[in-house]
Design a protein around this ligand. Structure first.
Ligand SMILES: Nc1nc2c(ncn2[C@@H]2O[C@H](COP(=O)(O)OP(=O)(O)O)[C@@H](O)[C@H]2O)c(=O)[nH]1
Ligand SMILES: [Mg+2]
Length: 390
């Protein structure tokens, strides 16, 4: 096949000329506007593919692969205007482009590595920090941020705030909030609250963490389950606590006691018409033998949609992490942090966020069921982190 060119004052005219010579089945390869060198006017040039034998154009089929066909050299490809060679030309160029792309990608990867190294060294290198930064750094540590996190936060802020060493306390806090915001993850309770189908929630956590208290708080909160029909299953071996019984009388929330393990399945079926069933799993030492196995049995029977780990923030961070990590084996979907009112070290919250990678569902901020609960909100956390500092 051959490539032929026709020109005209318009695309239609150029195509008409081509058709006059080669019939109406021509195949248009390309069209472009070119300048007429004689008078500077614009004309249209079209290229069409033409059958070499009789000058008539045939429908184009992919070139058949011939055995032992010699590959065309690039120089031949440049000069021959044969249709097949146009294709070969494109193909022969492709690897070159790929090579270039590969090179660019390699260079990008190298650049990325260098930036990473720079960032690392910036965080690791001890910086002489201006006094206002030092002051905020020690305040963060007093608030329970571990040394490493506090230092890396302050150094990042120092490097990223446009005013650097000249930034005011307010500006540093503003930048710090931006960094902290990235570390927070909040559970979306609204979907759970508005669900059409029954939702089963299992509360797990060490003894005394505040599971029963938080179960009641969730059931009573106007923005959580106060408008839904809620049933609570208490699995406490000593029966539902006085507080839970009183709550049931006051709020009308059904509280059912699970006496034997084998009746749990039947209880779940009995409660199938409730919007929400919260199973308050009795505290158990996570270090007791068979702990995980026992917990898994509950999961199998209850089939919860959500498993919330309850942990009290007045615990030592190491204990908190150790206990919580065992509950992680149950693949919980959220964490509830209680006794915020009993801890001055809210910074632990950020370490937990980093280590557990679980969204926070709610905070317990005191013993009063109808009052002392806080929904996860950055304002609430920031107030605790920066109170007395700004
Ligand atoms: N100060 C304070 N006490 C709490 C909080 N949550 C629970 N408690 C108290 O901690 C104790 C144990 O709570 P409970 O809900 O029975 O824990 P459970 O064993 O995990 O069910 C009770 O005396 C609660 O009143 C809280 O957020 N702040
Ligand atoms: Mg309890």
């Amino acid at each position: 096949m051959k490539v032929k060119y026709y020109t005209g004052n318009s695309l239609a005219e150029a195509i008409t000329k081509a058709k006059q010579e080669h019939g109406s089945d021509i195949i248009l390869l390309d069209s472009r506007e070119i300048k007429n060198t004689l008078d500077g006017s614009k004309i249209v040039q079209v290229s069409i593919s033409v059958d070499e034998d009789n000058g008539k154009v045939k429908a184009w089929n992919p070139p058949a692969v011939k055995k032992n066909q010699k590959a065309l050299k690039p120089s031949e490809v440049e000069t021959k205007e044969d249709f097949n060679s146009v294709i070969s030309n494109i193909l022969s160029r492709k690897p070159k482009t790929l090579e270039q792309e590969k090179k660019i990608l390699e260079e990008l990867a190298e650049l990325k590595e260098q930036i990473n190294k720079l960032q690392q060294s910036a965080v690791n290198d001890p910086l002489p920090l201006p006094p206002v930064y030092e002051q905020i750094l020690s305040a963060l540590q007093e608030k329970g941020f571990n040394k490493k996190m506090a230092e890396s936060l302050i150094k990042r802020v120092y490097q990223l705030t446009p005013k650097g060493p000249k930034a005011s306390k307010g500006e540093i806090i503003f930048a710090l909030k931006k960094e902290l915001r990235e570390k927070m993850r909040f559970f979306d309770i609204s979907a759970l609250k508005a669900a059409d189908r029954q939702k089963v929630i299992m509360m797990v956590g060490p003894t005394g963490a505040g599971k029963t208290t938080m179960t009641m708080k969730l059931a009573a909160h106007p923005q959580i389950f106060a408008q839904r029909e809620v049933a609570i299953i208490s699995t406490d071996p000593y029966g539902p606590s006085e507080a839970l019984k009183a709550f049931s009388r006051m709020s009308g929330v059904t509280v059912i006691e699970k006496k034997r393990h084998d009746e749990l399945g039947a209880l779940m079926r009995q409660l199938k018409d409730y919007d929400v069933v919260i199973v308050d799993v009795a505290g158990n030492s996570p270090f007791a033998p068979q702990f995980v196995k026992k917990m898994e049995e509950y999961v199998k029977i209850v089939k919860p949609h959500e498993i919330f780990v309850v942990a009290s923030l007045n615990m030592d961070l190491e204990d908190l992490l150790e206990a919580a990590s065992l509950y992680m084996l149950l693949k919980p979907t959220g964490v509830i942090l209680t006794k915020i009112d009993e801890s001055r070290r809210i910074g632990k919250f950020f370490t937990l966020m980093e280590e557990l990678e679980l969204p926070v569902v709610a905070f317990g901020d005191g013993k009063r069921i109808f009052i002392d609960i806080a929904l996860p909100e950055e304002g609430y956390i920031f107030e605790k982190v920066f109170e007395g500092l700004a």
